[in-house]
Design a protein around this ligand. Structure first.
Ligand SMILES: [Zn+2]
Length: 66
């Protein structure tokens, strides 16, 4: 057991669209720990919050325009 080794490949976060090894799964998508924390700590009147919501909407309605 080697718990200190890092995976070279993580999963692509739907928010920041970068590969991260740590995060949570939401439906079929992945949100990295950093983005999860940012979403939680961002005020709803913050312009950045709209960006997060936009990214999160992709999870719930991936084929809305088809
Ligand atoms: Zn992320």
């Amino acid at each position: 057991m080697d718990s200190t080794s890092k995976k070279p490949d993580g999963e692509t976060c739907v928010i920041c669209e970068q590969k991260k090894s740590q995060g949570i799964h939401l439906y079929t998508s992945f949100i990295c720990t950093q983005c999860e924390k940012k979403i939680i700590s961002t005020e709803t009147n913050d312009p950045q919050y709209k960006f997060y919501i936009k990214q999160l909407k992709k999870i719930n309605t991936p084929k809305i325009f088809q």
